[in-house]
Design a protein around this ligand. Structure first.
Ligand SMILES: [Cu+2]
Length: 104
């Protein structure tokens, strides 16, 4: 039984099939939710449910990324590549902030 549990734990850590997908909706000029707790290998799918363009820009050093302009209905994905905490913001709406905490 112990071996099975260890094997399952190793599989959960190393197999990307166990990676989670977090969905963040851009709605009412906000990210919903505005906080994500994820693990390395997870992805965040950004869905623009709004009537205006949005963007996902990460200014935090070492996590820098810009997913580019998302028009209403557009979806983009971001993979969480390393542990740490970073902020994402919309270049069009300075108050749109998302905090992402990533653990191993
Ligand atoms: Cu925006």
């Amino acid at each position: 039984m112990y071996r099975v549990l260890v094997a399952a734990a190793v599989l959960a850590i190393t197999n990307p099939a166990f990676a989670a997908e977090h969905v963040v909706r851009m709605s009412g000029a906000n990210y919903e939710p505005s906080q994500i707790d994820g693990r390395v290998g997870d992805t965040i799918r950004f869905v623009n449910d709004d009537t205006v363009n949005h963007d996902v820009f990460v200014p935090t050093g070492g996590f820098g990324i810009d997913l580019g302009r998302q028009e209403p209905g557009d979806e983009r994905s971001m993979r969480l590549g390393k542990a740490g905490t970073f902020e994402a913001e919309c270049v069009f709406h300075g108050h749109m902030l998302l905090t992402v905490s990533v653990r191993r």
